[in-house]
Every structure is written in C-alpha cells, then in structure tokens.
Design a binder for this molecule. Structure first.
Ligand SMILES: *Cc1c(COP(=O)(O)O)cnc(C)c1O
Length: 359
C-alpha cells in the first residue's frame, strides 16, 4: 500500500495505525458479529466508546471535574451560532477578536443576539498577524471573549491566550486542538471540528465548563441548540463512527506521549519549514514571524505560474494537498499532529531541490 505525504488542511491525514485498527474491526466489532456503525448508540459498546473518549480527552488536557465534553454535529460552524444563542442576550456585550475568515463568520452569527464588540480586527492588514495584548480594546463587561486560536486559512496562531479584561474565553480551536497544552483556567468553552487535528469529519468536540452554564439564557433557545440538552444526556443519535475514530486518535495521542510530545514534535516540524522559508526570498512566508502557525504554514513563490509548477511537481513526488485556500492562493502545508516528521522532511527536501532548479 502506498500512502502519500498528505498536507490537507481538512479533512486531514489520520494516523495509519488508527485507520488500520478501524479497518480490522469494521465488520465485526469486538466479536459482536456486527459493526459499531450497526449498533444502537445506547448499546453498552457505544456507551463505553463515548465514555472512554471523554475521559481520554480530559486526561490529555488535564481537565478537572468542572469540564464536560460533548460530541455534537453541525461542524464548528454550528458552534458559531450555538455559543451566542446560549450565552449572549440583548443588552449584553461579547468580545470577538477578528483574526481571519473563521472569526468573521463567528462574528456574523453572534450579531443578532447582542452587542458584538471587536477588540481587534486584522482585516485591514489582510490577517497577517495576531494582535498583541496592548492593541486590544477589550470591553469592561464582556460576557465572554471569542477567539480563533489558529487561523487555518491565513496561517496565524495565538502564541498564548490574549488578555481579556476578566472575561473567559470561548475558543474555536478547530485547527490546533490538542496540538499543544492550553491553560484551561482561561476558558469557558472550547470547540473544534474533528476533521483537522482529531479525527474524521462529522463530529465537533465541545468542552464546556459546568460553572459557566449558570450564565446561560433562561429561555428562547431551541432544544437541539441548547447545550443543557446535550449535557443532560445523549439527546439524539450522535455521529457514532466519527466518535469511535476520535476515541482511537485520543488513544494514539496518549500512547505517543500525550500533548507535550505533540507540542515538541509540532514545534520541530514547523521549525523545519519556516527555516526553509527564511533562507532567502525564493519562498515568502505570508504572515509576520511572531504570529506564525505551527499547524498551517502558508507561503508564496515569485509568481502564480511558479506556484502552479511547484504544486504539480510536488504532487509528482507524492506531496499532496499543498494548494493554499482558494481565498488567498499560494501554498499551504497543513502539518497537524498526524502529519509525520518524515512528511515534513520530504517536503523540505523537495523545496530545496525546487529552489535550486528555479531560483
Ligand atoms: C475548518 C474550520 C472551521 C469550519 O469547520 P466546519 O466543521 O466545517 O464547520 C471553523 N473554524 C476553523 C478554525 C476551522 O479551521
């Protein structure tokens, strides 16, 4: 079997060991004579998977009992709506730091519910950097501050949590969840579509503080969009196969050495690529150095023709899915947890050869 070096931004590459494990038990889960996708989501088998995934996730992040974990559907995009539906009322203010396309979408969904204050927007500077704390004009009384921890499209990432004037963070961590440790004390809620760093498409992990639920609106929230509905019990059929795979990815994270292992590995992988970009101006990083993402490395070449040639020759070398997002162009290497060091090394070698030929 041949596997390519896959730099897809999402759905993204998964650990081969996880795929093979799922393959081996797809038709007959634990000698039950049926697949996990053919069983009730109330079965003991699925309940065990659900529980195990929650516990593993909490172990990986060191989350205490105040934290609940939900496996919801509708993608991170549905969380853009659910968060303000539950926690922002007319007359209240929520702060939204605008660091890219995903932040902007979250802002759009929040606006109908209350005041949305934007302490910083990177729009004018084409989202090429993350704000420093002294640039933020945070509200005094925000009910929460929403951030996008990693900007999948533009290739920037908060190097640490921003200061907020006291409000807790609600974070869209879709593209860097479990890539590095986080200071949970600063958060009310964290959500992430699984298809970047955690598993297949179809499930969104939502971590939410029980103690933050007291800030929930008392009425007007549709049942399915109400976090309490999902905290009370598994309300409707969850995406069982996606959760099942996420559970194995979480097991793999623990086996590999947990989050500190991945932080180190991701730092190494990103370092290899950025030092290649910094050698001269043949490759040009698109964002400011102190805002660089360790998950999505974005760069350009001298012109679009050369970028096309780069992409097609890369593909010829089994280096695939390197095309930048359609809204920004250029090249993007997405190097999430499951992207192996060998893949990044292969890309760097290719980049060196390509520079020699075309520089
Ligand atoms: C991919 C992505 C989304 C959108 O996720 P869906 O699951 O497709 O709704 C939102 N935010 C970020 C940061 C992303 O990378």
């Amino acid at each position: 079997m041949k596997r390519v070096h896959n730099f897809s931004a999402g759905p993204a590459t998964l650990p081969l060991s996880v795929l093979e494990k799922a393959q081996s038990e797809l038709a007959n889960y634990k000698e039950k004579g049926a697949s996990i996708v053919e069983m009730s989501h109330r079965s003991p088998e699925y309940s065990e998977i659900n529980e195990q995934a929650i516990q593993r996730l909490k172990t990986i992040l060191g989350a205490d009992d105040d934290w609940e974990v939900l496996f919801l559907q509708g993608g991170a995009s549905t969380q853009f709506l659910m968060a303000p539906y539950n926690f922002l009322s007319e007359g209240q203010t929520a702060d939204y730091i605008d660091t890219g396309a995903w932040s902007s979408k979250a802002i759009k969904e929040a606006k109908p519910f209350g005041n949305v204050h934007i302490p910083f927007s990177g729009k004018e500077i084409n989202y090429t950097r993350i704000p420093s704390n002294d640039e933020l004009t945070s509200s005094d009384d925000a009910v929460y501050t929403h951030i996008t921890s990693n900007n999948t499209i533009f290739g920037t990432q908060f190097q640490e949590e921003p200061e907020t004037n006291g409000s807790l963070l609600i974070c869209d961590a879709s593209s860097d969840f479990l890539s590095r440790p986080i200071d949970l004390d600063k958060y009310a809620m964290i959500y992430a579509g699984a298809q970047k760093n955690l598993g297949p498409a179809g499930v969104t992990v939502v971590m939410i503080r029980k103690s933050f639920m007291k800030n929930q609106k008392s009425e007007g929230i549709p049942t399915i969009l109400n976090y309490q509905t999902h905290l009370d019990k598994i309300f409707n059929t969850p995406p069982v196969f996606a959760v099942y795979l996420v559970n194995y990815v979480l097991e793999w994270i623990l086996e590999e050495g947990g989050i500190s292992h991945f932080e180190e590995l991701n730092t190494k992988k990103a370092g290899l690529l950025y030092s290649e970009l910094d050698k001269d101006d043949f490759y040009r990083g698109t964002v400011e150095e102190d805002s660089r993402s360790k998950m999505n490395v974005t760069f350009r070449l001298q012109n679009e023709d050369l970028e096309k040639t780069f992409l097609s020759e890369a593909a010829g070398n089994d280096l695939v899915a390197l095309k930048g997002h359609r809204s920004v162009g250029g090249i993007r290497a997405s190097i999430y947890n499951a992207c192996e060091l060998e893949s990044v090394e292969a890309l760097v070698s290719f980049m060196q050869e390509f520079r020699e030929k075309n520089g």
